[in-house]
Ligand binder design. Structure first.
Ligand SMILES: Nc1ncnc2c1ncn2[C@@H]1O[C@H](COP(=O)(O)OP(=O)(O)OP(=O)(O)O)[C@@H](O)[C@H]1O
Ligand SMILES: [Mg+2]
Length: 480
């Protein structure tokens, strides 16, 4: 029914009377009425509005600098499931795999119908990152942050909370794990310590690694046990972590072994440059910032350990003015060996699950026993000179052969000689223009080199392999 002119006139005069009454009310009554309207209006609006919203911000509310993991999970899910019919998309060429990645553009909506026909509307919006704080850091772009908003009908609330959200979180996580490229991190500092990363591209795997087959299998089994050991570790009250010490001369494959471990487990690698960390506090922050399923590597630990030990000794031995000066210097340089030990196996070592520590050294005998004791370094792996078993792996990978008449001579020479795997690999690589059969040429070159004295030291190659003495072995405990 269309309202008549009289009705409109009556409505107009009613409004006029209300306005007159309103203006004649005393100030305090006006304020009370305004407060009442303000507090009741959202309740009334929600009563009449049949929709509910859930907002997922890009950054955590408590810690504005910490990313909300759920945001990435939702973004990944939406990217894979429901981009069809969306008007505005964003395209990026990924640094990691050179593929084109499409994603929802800002202020765009997408509808997810994939759950039994329920209409789930997702909207990508942008808000100020510091809307509740008084500080603004950086330029304006830095202060903006995105959020996803899920809008659904009120009657679907139980479905959304009990089925839809848990399901898409699981699917998003699985997709992230499937698409994940492994990464190599290194520490950096700009006022505070943080990690930067590049895609992990080291090609060495257990198949390409030339080492004693028995040791290799033992290590693979150990890694498998560790990976499946979540329940075991919580049952026996141990942090879910494991330490490996790799020792041996340069060029025997310590770094290659770390790569093989990362490929085998599917973990990221955090290569910690301890020399650029100047406080235990910074070190702790870096450890806490590592993710689960990661290998934390400290290479050439003997050099760093020497430095840390010298620092604390110098501190103890100095008196008076000198001490004062040193104190000032060490105010900044406060990474201590005990700080490191505490993180590897101490109160702070349970900072997160499923982490592996790998230390490498060329000088096993210079390490502090506390650093390599069982529990900190659970397995000590000697990476040694190339023996015939390891050579066969190279022959297969580099020359694609399982046997050759020169193998007998090579076996005798290798077993009585100290040649590193790096040198063997170098000799097996074809060089220059191919005039002759590569295989014969490479093997003959290897035999020739094995008969020559060591190029670097000039010493005959038959010097004994440098190993820790028996007493030291006993002192350091069980070595693998
Ligand atoms: N055991 C091995 N199996 C396969 N390749 C090896 C092995 N050892 C060395 N190599 C080859 O030699 C090169 C150097 O090896 P790697 O960097 O792993 O040695 P390292 O023990 O870490 O040396 P450093 O002590 O100098 O860091 C590698 O790129 C690889 O090609
Ligand atoms: Mg190395």
């Amino acid at each position: 029914m269309v309202p008549s002119v009289e009705n409109w006139a009556a409505f107009g005069s009613a409004i006029g009377c209300f306005a007159l009454l309103w203006s004649s009310l005393p100030e305090h009554a006006l304020r009370d009425a305004r407060d009442l309207i303000t507090s009741w209006s959202p309740v009334l609006a929600s009563y009449f509005n049949p929709y509910e919203k859930i907002t997922i911000s890009e950054y955590s509310d408590d810690e504005k600098f910490r990313k909300n993991k759920l945001f990435d999970v939702v973004a990944t899910y939406l990217r894979s499931k429901c981009m069809e019919g969306t008007g505005k998309l964003k395209a990026e060429l990924s640094n990691e795999d050179e593929d084109t990645h499409l994603s929802l553009d800002e202020h765009q909506e997408v509808v997810d119908n994939s759950f039994h026909g329920y209409r789930m509307r997702w909207y990508l919006g942008k808000t100020s990152k510091y809307s509740n704080a008084n500080i603004v850091i950086g330029n304006d772009e830095d202060t903006e942050t995105r959020h996803y908003r899920l809008v659904f009908h009120k009657r679907h609330r139980p479905f959304v909370l009990n089925s839809y959200l848990p399901d898409i979180i699981q699917q998003g996580r699985e997709l992230i794990a499937k698409n994940r490229r492994r990464r190599l991190f290194t520490n950096a500092e700009r006022g505070n310590y943080f990690w930067i990363h590049i895609p992990w591209k080291h090609p060495a795997t257990f198949d390409t690694l030339a080492m004693d087959p028995g040791k290799k299998n033992e290590l693979i089994e150990d890694l498998e046990m560790f990976q499946k050991g979540k329940d075991y570790h919580s049952r026996v009250g141990k942090a879910w972590k494991r330490g490996y010490l790799l020792y041996g001369p340069p060029g025997t494959g310590k770094s290659s072994l770390i790569s093989a471990m990362a490929h085998f487990l599917g973990y990221d690698v955090y290569d910690l440059d301890l020399t650029s960390v100047t406080s235990n506090h910074g070190l702790r922050k870096l450890f806490l910032d590592t993710a689960e399923k990661s290998i934390i590597v400290i290479e050439d630990i003997h050099a760093i350990e020497d430095e840390l030990t010298t620092r604390s000794k110098r501190k103890k031995e100095t008196n008076g003015d000198e001490l004062q000066q040193l104190r000032l210097r060490y105010e900044k340089e406060k990474v201590t060996l005990s700080g490191l030990l505490n993180l590897i196996d101490g109160l702070w070592s349970s900072f997160g699950g499923e982490r592996i520590f790998v230390l490498t050294t060329n000088h096993f005998d210079r390490l502090d026993p506390a650093l390599i004791r069982q529990g900190r370094m659970d397995m000590h792996i000697e990476m040694s000179y190339c023996r015939f078993d390891a050579f066969k792996v190279f022959a297969k990978n580099y020359l694609n052969i399982d046997g050759h008449p020169l193998f007998v001579e090579i076996q005798q020479l290798l077993d009585g000689t100290n040649m590193t795997p790096a040198e063997v690999a170098h000799n097996l690589m074809p060089r220059g223009k191919r005039k002759r059969n590569d295989v014969d040429e490479c093997l003959e070159r290897l035999v020739e080199t094995l008969k020559k004295p060591n190029l670097e030291t000039g010493a005959p190659r038959k010097s004994p392999i440098e190993r820790p003495t028996r007493q030291k072995r006993a002192r350091w405990g069980n070595m693998c």
